[in-house]
Design a protein around this ligand. Structure first.
Ligand code: URA
Length: 488
């Protein structure tokens, strides 16, 4: 029988080194044991010999094993190191062992893995620091936490990332972790007496907790599942839970009685739709310019909504006076505002790429926007795009009507919901209208698709690739509907 001594209860590095040596030496699991620190080992066990220079066998493991073993050795079960070693031993001849969900060793390891993850999650959620002042005036933050498993080492880096600028210690009955602003170190177990009792932070935390407590959303069972009672005695806010629960019903009634009557989201959407429908029904007035050039000249002085003022210039549509297709975007972006031309920035590049994929010649199309001024909020040196509101779309719809009257396209392509709302005079969803040819009048059809900026904003590359393809497919439909727009 052999024994390997590990330096602390979650000493994965020590276990890995010893386990590797033992496999290389051909020591089967029943002849191998592990002991932590000075713990008494099997009286007849000999220390594990040094790693052989020329091992009889090479250790190989499944890819998922190191991570699994790393968590298993953090479990509080005294058999954890033996179990991890037995798995390592068996994996040398049973390559697919970890996929055998009915294997007793695999079942035990998976259960330990889950328990350790859960415990680590609880530590992240329930550690509460208390502020203490040490002699030289520096502030030190101390937390007391009682984990079920040996998770302090693996969870402490989370607190380093969260509280990098603070000097803190997390004390637990298993281990303690200390961060001095530069180094993370671990020490022995602490006792509950080491924990400081009260501080200002705690008072603040209590006030905060009581103020975010929403009696109308009280779900006692769910709350106890997330914040099990065993953690309550270390959470300052826990002392508030019982009285808050008791007072919840009355507080909830008071909330209902005194709640402001804000319109619901559905009502707001309805009001928006009504507004759009009204705009669609309004007759157009005034002398209309006969050419795009004349309209562009007139639009330079447009002050129909407040967006003209902070913007650099009106960005009018571009393209032949009698193009067979009008593409309508939302509003010019930062680069379009400076250059005075639509769709030349990042969204424009996505648009150009989709046209190229579909074999469409942009020079033969008329490209414009529902709103002709850039709407933004300044942030430092940057101008951050803001979505135009119904009133702004409404005010600018006049110009889109003029463009439609002059160009008389066979097809209008609305890029995004704002463009679709402006063309139709009512709000629609992209989901309900996309990729279908809709009759606007006997000679004009409408195709609704996404805005190219939507594709740019997708964080997941796979979704981006999928949406780029779908957008190019919509452009393919444009080309089939209006073949004269194809690249020569
Ligand atoms: N987004 C738009 O909707 N239009 C542009 O011209 C540029 C970006």
């Amino acid at each position: 029988m052999y024994v390997a001594r590990l330096s602390h209860p979650a000493d994965y590095d020590g276990w890995r080194e010893a386990a590797r040596t033992a496999v290389e030496l051909g020591i089967p699991p029943e002849a191998m044991s592990f002991a932590v620190g000075e713990d008494v080992a099997n009286l007849f066990a000999e220390p594990l010999p040094a790693r052989p220079q020329a091992p009889a066998r090479r250790v190989t493991v499944a890819k998922a094993f190191p991570e699994l073993a790393g968590r298993v050795v953090c479990h509080s079960d005294p058999q954890r190191f033996d179990l991890a070693y037995r798995l390592l031993w068996r994996l040398q001849s049973e390559k697919g062992l970890l996929d055998v969900a009915s294997d007793d060793d695999v079942i035990a390891a998976v259960e330990m893995d889950k328990a350790v993850r859960r415990d680590s999650h609880k530590m992240k959620a329930f550690v509460r620091f208390r502020e203490i002042e040490v002699e030289d005036g520096t502030r030190h933050y101390i937390a007391w936490f009682e984990p079920t498993h040996h998770i302090v080492e693996r969870t402490a880096p989370f607190f380093v990332r969260r509280f990098t600028g603070m000097v803190w210690s997390i004390l637990t009955p298993k281990r303690s972790a200390h961060w001095d602003g530069a180094d993370l170190t671990f020490g022995p177990a602490a006792s509950v007496e080491d924990r400081p009792k009260d501080d200002d932070m705690e008072a603040l935390w209590l006030t905060y907790y009581a103020s975010i407590f929403n009696p109308a959303r009280l779900k006692v069972k769910a709350m106890q599942a997330e914040m099990p009672k065993k953690y309550w005695h270390n959470l300052p806010e826990a002392q508030l839970i019982e009285p808050l629960i008791r007072g919840a019903e009355a507080a909830s009634r008071r909330m209902l009685e005194t709640a402001p009557t804000l319109p619901s989201f559905r009502h707001e959407r309805q009001a928006e739709r009504d507004e759009m429908a009204k705009v669609a029904a309004e007759p157009r007035t005034g002398n209309q310019p006969a050419t795009i050039e004349a309209a562009r000249e007139e639009a330079k002085a447009c002050k129909a909504c407040p967006l003209w003022e902070p913007a650099t210039q009106t960005v009018f549509g571009q393209g032949p006076d009698h193009a067979p297709v009008i593409f309508v975007g939302e509003q010019p972006g930062d680069q379009e505002d400076l250059a005075g031309e639509p769709f030349i920035g990042p969204a424009g590049r996505v648009f150009d790429q989709a046209l190229a994929t579909a074999g469409i010649d942009r020079a033969q199309a008329y490209v414009t926007n529902a709103v002709k001024h850039f709407k933004f909020t300044p942030r430092g040196k940057r101008r951050i795009h803001q979505k135009p509101n119904v009133g702004e779309v409404r005010a600018c719809r006049f110009w889109l009507e003029i463009e439609r009257d002059i160009v008389k396209p066979k097809l209008i392509v609305a890029l995004g919901a704002t463009a679709a709302a402006s063309v139709l005079g009512k709000s629609v969803t992209i989901r309900d209208t996309r990729s279908r040819l809709i009759d606007l009048d006997p000679t004009t059809k409408l195709l609704v698709t996404v805005h190219p900026a939507y594709i740019l904003r997708l964080p997941d590359p796979e979704a981006q690739a999928r949406e780029t393809e779908a957008f190019a497919a919509d452009m393919g439909l444009v080309r089939r509907t209006v073949p004269e727009i194809a690249l020569a």
